[in-house]
Design a protein around this ligand. Structure first.
Ligand code: 13P
Length: 242
């Protein structure tokens, strides 16, 4: 019922040459899962042109909560949509922790993204300290709750949710399949009946070696992959496992 999605978040990596190599590799992937990649904004048109005609979708890693105006350095959702993006990531933990994005701002970004016609990928996740204190489910319920309050449950159910435990991002420490499943199950419970159709991705040190076990879990519908998405053969393996 839920079609798997494997999303590659390239973060601030790559140049014209390495991205051309990634594009040719992406075009060769044959798999059942939907694929989306998130290049740095400046390379988005290049990637869209490169994957044009294939089933690979392209999205933005972040966008402004404002529609237009005097916001130096920002990119609007409308601009991302205008150049052909289908998705936009909102609330990535690096945006929350490094750039101080508040949960309120994340919720506003979600609304603007969804109104622009793109599918938001809403990231939620706890820090190690919060996990150790047993606060994981509360933290995630609060992050999700604010977006539901502002955007409405229906809009969130139509989007994609990504559970990315902060302690598993770029650290090589993946949540065990059981740890991830229990959070995914709780997210789906919070989404209610319509949440049965919502794709919930897992992110945090996903590699070909650990993807199969994660994808076996009933509430894990794919992955949001960081580092491993820069290696196209690794990424291709993950896509085939989903
Ligand atoms: P890594 O796969 O490098 O841990 O990054 C995960 C992530 O942040 C994807 O958005």
């Amino acid at each position: 019922m839920r079609h798997p999605l494997v999303a590659g978040n390239w973060k601030m990596n790559g140049d014209s040459e390495s991205i051309a190599t990634l594009i040719s590799g992406l075009l060769e992937i044959q798999c059942e899962a939907d694929i989306a990649v998130f290049p740095p904004h400046i390379y988005i048109p290049l990637v869209i042109a490169g994957v044009g005609g294939s089933s690979v979708a392209v999205g933005g890693q972040s966008a402004s909560e404002h529609k237009a105006g005097a916001y130096t350095g920002e990119t609007s959702c409308q601009m991302l949509r205008d150049v052909g993006c289908q998705y936009v990531i909102v609330g990535h933990s690096e945006r929350r922790s490094i750039y101080g994005e508040s949960s309120q701002q994340v919720a506003e970004k979600f609304v603007v993204a969804q109104l622009s016609g793109m599918t938001p990928i809403l990231c939620v996740g706890e820090t190690l300290e919060q996990r150790d204190k047993g606060e994981t489910l509360n933290v995630i319920a609060e992050q999700l709750g604010l977006v539901i309050e502002l955007a409405g449950l229906d809009a969130v159910c139509k989007a994609v949710v990504a559970y990315e435990p902060v302690w598993a991002i770029g650290t090589g420490k993946t949540a065990t399949a059981e740890q991830a499943q229990s959070v995914h199950q709780d997210i789906r419970r919070q989404l209610g009946e319509s949440g049965a159709k919502t794709r919930i991705l897992y992110g945090g040190s996903v590699k070909a070696a650990n993807a199969a076990e994660l994808f076996l879990q009933p509430d894990i519908d794919g992955a949001l992959v960081g580092g491993a998405s820069l290696d196209v053969s690794e990424f291709s393996e993950i896509c085939k496992l989903a």
